[in-house]
Design a protein around this ligand. Sequence first.
Ligand SMILES: Cc1ncc(COP(=O)(O)O)c(C=O)c1O
Length: 412
Amino acid sequence: MAGVPPRDDNAHRSDIQEPCNGRVTDMPDGIYLDNAATTFPKPKSVYDFMNDFYRKHGINPGRSGYDAALETEEVVSGTRRKLTEFFNGTDHDHLTFSYNASDSLNQIITGVVRRGDHVITSTVEHNSVLRPLFHLEQDGVIEVTRVPNDGAGYVDPDDFKKAFRKNTRLVILNHASNVFGTVQPVGEVGALCRQAGITFSVDVSQSAGAVPVDVQAMNIDLLAFTGHKSLMGPTGIGGIYTWPGTEIRSSRQGGTGVRSAQRTHLEEFPFRLECGTLNVMGVAGLFAGQKWIAEEGLENIHHREMDLWVRLRDGLRAIEGVITYCDDDPARHTAVLSTNVEGWEAGDVGTLLDVDYNIQTRTGLQCAPLVHETIGTAEGKGTVRFSIGAFNTPDHIEQAIAAMTEIAAMRR
Ligand SMILES: Cc1ncc(COP(=O)(O)O)c(C=O)c1O
């Protein structure tokens, strides 16, 4: 790619085995329904590939010219390529790695906004967007508009347009809510931003690997992803896809392995947004995760999960005293379902599910406090969130419904 030192050109030899296939993994004890927090378990091929890769190639990539270092670099650049294709980007050097989505979103916010700017975001955001923006707002650096959601978990693109100002530099929107599971009309918001010349950033933490993400069709300038959810990688790895030409400064500087005599940090990608030794083990997990998703088929994974989601939603709705917070249309949804049981605090329901039924869920505000203000659950200590993953089964769902039936009956 243009502007990048010729290091990759040498990375041609490899004895790295591609990860094996199959919808198999070791199932944990209990019923894990907290996949929106992190997917668990991962496909067996991800564990196997990471283990094998780190034993044979746990070497610092991009720093040296010996075979093993070049082979490690090959997996790193191969993963940039796979993910760039996955998001329909055009230049794999613009796919940069970070620690997680929070890290990526911090890089985006601090790398794009300047004193006096206006930023628009929404009430369906995670704290990984709300908090960095709030700090800058509190310090008088920027002004922030938070577009409301309609109570069912959707934002209206027109509300973004209405909020545009002359000094609006950045719009940041969460693609899929981690509380509601609702998928936002990001393409429409992106088109409005493109027309207005405003940088558009999307948080795809909950959507990447769950529903299609297309930076071209959605007009996304800066895409923030995390590796450990539906992309099936481990924790500690995430990244950004920067649409070529988007203005973003590096917000941290350091070693890059190339042009070491240069005093300033490198401007060209991927170095602009990376410094120090990469989490190669995490990258290897993403590499294997990409292979697994490609073999399973994103649509197949989504349909399997949404079939279970519909089963869970309908089962819970039939229970007297159980409240579900969700849209009816699975086509605009990920497999996340927030609930409450009348007369119970969410945390207590979660504890009962865990202790008495060995079912793991996430309770509370799920790091998205403004969503709970909208649906009136902020005071009542949030919701009980079930989130379905690729390895859940119909039996898991039936057991969750049975447990919730008993818990609801205890209060009547
Ligand atoms: C919508 C959303 N954004 C951001 C994050 C933060 O992801 P990470 O913890 O990997 O930084 C999460 C995690 O739950 C999320 O659901």
